[in-house]
Structures are given as C-alpha cells and as structure tokens.
Design a protein. Structure first.
Length: 552
C-alpha cells in the first residue's frame, strides 16, 4: 500500500498534497520556501522559520522554533489512557493521561483541519533502531519540511531483514497550525504531544515545533515496546574499544556522557539512545542532536566541522547582530548567544563522526558506567557496584546541578531522574532496572559509579575532578584493572559504596573523598545530608513497591 492510501486508511486524510521521501537537498529548499510560523514572542504566525547560511545548500539549514517551545513541552506530553494499557504505564507529571474519547475527537478535528485547507504534508519513511530484530518502521507526516529533514538526519533510512513493516509501522502526524481548545479537546494548553500506544500513532499539534519532539516521542515509544520483548531500551552513550570490548555510559546532562564516549581509541555506537538485546548493543538512531551553547570547538572538533556540512540543521542560534543569516559562514555564528534559548541545538548524521562502529551496532557490553556529577563534593570518584546496588543507583539516576546565577548562592541542588531519563521511561523504573541487572548477570558485565563532579569540598569551595583523572579511572574500569582481586577495596561508611584503594594514573589519596576535605567533620555532615536525599527520593518515588532494595 502506498503512503497516500495508508494515510487515508489510518486517519481519513483526503485532498491533501504529499511530498514524500524527498532527498535532503530538496527538503532544504522546501523548508526555506514553505516553513512558516511564529519565531518571536509577539510575532505573526507566518514568518520564515528556516534560513540558509552563506554556504547555501552546501551548508546547514538554520531553523527557529516557536519561542514558547525551545525544548520539549514536557507539561503537554501525554499517552492515551486506553483501559487495557493504563496499569502498565508509569504516569507522571511529564507523561500524563489523555482521555481516549477526547483524543479521538481531537484527532478527527485535526484531520478535518488538514483536509479543509488542502494541506501540503511532508512524508519521510525511516526506522527507529539499527537491529532488524526489533527495528520499528517510523513514518513522519507533517507540515514542516525541516522536521522531515530532521527525521532523515536522525533515523536509519534502511534496515535490512525486517518483516511485517506495515503491521508494525508507527506514524507521527505533526500539525503546528492546529491549535487545541483545552475545554473542548481535553488538552492543558493550545498544544499537545500525544502517544497512542495502542494504534501506533504520535499526534503533535499546536506550538510544539521543537525538532527534539520528532526524536524523543519515538524514544518514549521504544521504551514501551522493547521491555515487552524482554529487551532493554536505554538513555545512554555506547562505544567499542580496540579489542572489541563494548561499554555503555548512562548519565544526565552535564555528567560527561557525550564527552567521555567520544574517545579517539574507541569507536562510537552512539551518544544518546540504545537497545541492549540478545544480539548486543545497537543505536536507535543514525544521527546526533547536540547542544551548541558555549561549544568549545577545540574540545569538540567533530561537531565544529559538522557545522559547515550540507544537510545538517542548526536550531535557534541567532545571526550576528546587524547581519543576515544568509550572509554568514556557519563558523562565524556566536555559539555563546543564548538570547533565543540556552538550549540551542544541532542535528547531524552519525556519519559526520569519523570513528563510528559500522551499522551503529556493537557486541554485548563488558562494562556499564553510571555517571554522576556530584557538586556536593562527597561521593567517591569511582565505586564498584553489584546486582541490587546497580538497580538502586540506576533507578535513582542521581546528579547534582550547580547553584543558580544569583550572587552568593553556592548550594548545589540534587537531581534524581530514574534510569537516567525518567521523562522518556513509559514503564515503571523497576522494569528497566531489573532488565539491566539480569543482562549484566548473564554477560558477567562489571558496573561502576563514576563521579565527574567535585572533590575537596562542594562546588564553589572544592575543585572539579580533573578530566585526566576521570579518563584514567574510566580506562582502568574498561581494562579490568579494578576487577575483584586486582585491587583492594574499602567500604564508605556513609554511602556503603566500595571504593578502590589504588588505580593506575590516579593519586590514591583522592579515591576516598573524605581524604580531600580539610575539615573532616564538615565532610561527614555533607555526606550524611546527601545520603538522606537519596533515602528521601527512594521513599518519595515508592521504589520499594517496585521491588528495588535500599542499599544506603
């Protein structure tokens, strides 16, 4: 069945015009000519949203979202609460219930809106997943060519060996020009991102045109589908060493997940979304979606070079004052300019990275790394975790955010995000934690908690653990130098974490964090305070009911 017949059957779309599976060069020109909407808080709804740079089609497309949607609209993200699925889903503030009846009425009105205006819709057929054992056909259908181009960048175009594609296909209908009426439509605002997990539909309506919606909606879907196959979906980066050893690195923003996985001596599988299946590790994606704010081009040469490559998309980076975007070279852009948003982004194909695993897949992992950036300055630089400890720290998903910009505010803030990606986890955390523990046990994989945060005192007093020491600790874990029997361990009296007494290339005195504080009593107070935050989070999230054991 062709896409027009399939979309008429699925939605009732008639009289619309499709531009299906255009090459990226054509989508580039279509986006500039036709993508129209609001780009300023007080601006009209018909401004040009996509622009070329001086390089034209041989360079990036620069795209501006609605000013109210410069990141994922988490308060407007839902799943349809079909009765047969309701108990299975982990409902929370950033993944709320949508009434099935209201949803069906809304979907009907969105289709009528498109039919009435004889809309032009861009279609892009891709897959979510590089492994044919689970890869899901994903059809993007939307009003903006930029979004179709983004889908092309971010997802595999062909996956050989899949079967039953039509019966398994997911379809996103993305319609920025339809604005919801909350009273009538059951939404919380004029926009909504709704996953219909029963009928394999993603509906995006209203001012929700941030490119990341096209990607993270499918990630949330995959987090629902894979555990049902007894396979693990993960918010992590992954790479492979020269001897074929695979590692996965979990971590929230700012913990070093992307930086540490981009290692010249290891091939990258991917930096964000992966599956751990009976076949090994595989990337869901075929692209990267990197933060650009304050990018150091010397530290991140791959991203810096890709800024000038054709077919890439720069999101929400303003032109230089008094200059037009079409007169600028991409390398001239001020990447420190957060005047549109601090969350400036860049989408580029995985192939822009010169050191990638073929097919974005790898073998079974030997090492699992849970990254945290402890701004309280009390966690050990590295700790070895086993079974129930892995489940506890994985479900906790801890890092510490730095103090705000107010003068004199130096107290860090604890952040707990279950499975290191709570908003995208559609099942309860124990589902993923149990799968992780089971797969680790089956593969005899080691697990470490690697702290990339502060030592000798909290943020503002102590110093950040040097990247050199962090890399040495990570390399030691990957090489098996910290395995049982190779080094002596001691147990932290407050956190109950096992800390190595020595590590190649790292001063042994920093391995126990208490040693690095001048005031040992102050360390103990701060450590007990963080331990109590862990305990409070465990109680608040009800982890015990999910079968996770407290370990501190």
């Amino acid at each position: 069945m062709d896409h027009a017949a399939a979309l008429e059957q699925l939605f009732g779309l008639k009289g619309v015009h499709y531009k299906a599976n255009l090459p990226k060069e054509e989508l580039f020109h279509e986006a500039i000519a036709n993508d129209r909407g609001r780009i300023r808080p007080d601006g009209p709804d018909d401004e040009q949203k996509a622009h070329p740079t001086k390089l034209g089609v041989n360079g990036p497309l620069v795209y501006y979202t609605d000013p109210t949607c410069t990141g994922r609209p988490v308060q407007d993200t839902f799943a349809v609460a079909w009765p047969e699925l309701e108990d299975e889903i982990w409902w929370k503030a950033d993944f709320q219930k949508y009434d099935p009846e209201k949803y069906q009425g809304l979907l009907k009105r969105v289709v009528e809106h498109l039919n009435a205006k004889g809309a032009t819709l861009y279609v892009k057929d891709v897959f979510c997943g590089n492994d044919p054992a689970y890869a899901v056909p994903y059809r993007f259908v939307g009003e903006y060519a930029t979004h179709a181009m983004f889908a092309h960048n971010m997802f595999p175009k062909e996956v050989q060996g899949t079967a039953g594609d039509e019966e398994r296909r997911w379809t996103m209908l993305n319609v920025p020009t339809f604005h919801c009426d909350p009273e009538r439509d059951g939404s919380l605002s004029e926009r909504a991102v709704i996953m219909d997990l029963k009928n394999r539909i993603g509906l995006v309506v209203g001012r929700a045109d941030y490119c990341g919606v096209v990607k993270k909606t499918m990630f949330t879907v995959m987090n629902f589908l894979l555990p049902r196959m007894n396979e693990l979906s993960m918010h992590c980066s992954a790479n492979v060493g020269e001897r074929g050893d695979c590692a996965i690195l979990f971590g929230l923003s700012g913990t070093g997940k992307t930086t540490l996985s981009a290692d010249p001596d290891r091939k990258l599988i991917g930096d964000d979304e992966h599956a751990w299946t009976s076949g090994g590790i595989s990337n869901f994606e075929d692209g990267c979606y990197a933060k650009l704010i304050d990018l150091d081009k010397d530290d991140e040469p791959v991203i810096a070079a890709a800024l000038s490559m054709p077919g890439t998309i720069i999101e929400n980076v303003p032109p230089l004052p008094g200059r037009k975007m079409e007169d600028l070279d991409p390398q001239e852009l001020d990447l420190t300019d957060g005047s549109v948003t601090e969350n400036t982004r860049f989408s580029y194909p995985l192939s822009c990275n010169p050191n990638v695993m073929p097919g974005a897949t790898g073998p079974q992992p030997e090492t699992i790394v849970l990254l945290t950036a402890d701004a309280f300055g009390v966690l050990p630089p590295i700790s070895a975790l086993e079974g129930r400890e892995v489940m506890y720290h994985f479900a906790s998903g801890f890092t510490a955010k730095l103090a705000g910009t107010e003068v004199g505010v130096t107290e860090p803030k604890a952040a707990f995000s279950a499975c290191f990606g709570a908003p995208f986890m559609s099942h309860k955390p124990s589902v993923y934690a149990r799968l992780l523990a089971e797969k680790m046990k089956a593969q005899h994989a080691r697990c470490v908690l690697l702290n990339t945060g502060w030592s000798g005192g909290p943020y503002g007093v102590g110093k950040r653990i040097s990247i050199g020491h962090t890399r040495a600790l990570l390399n030691a874990a990957l090489n098996g130098d910290l395995d049982e029997g190779k080094v002596e361990y001691e147990t932290h009296p407050i956190f109950n974490l096992r800390m190595p007494k020595s590590c190649p290339g790292v001063p042994s005195e920093i391995l126990n964090p208490r040693n690095t504080w001048a005031d040992k009593a102050a360390y103990d107070v701060q450590a007990e305070k963080l331990r109590d935050m862990f305990r409070a989070n465990f109680e608040e999230k009800g982890f015990a009911e999910f079968g996770i054991e407290p370990v501190m």
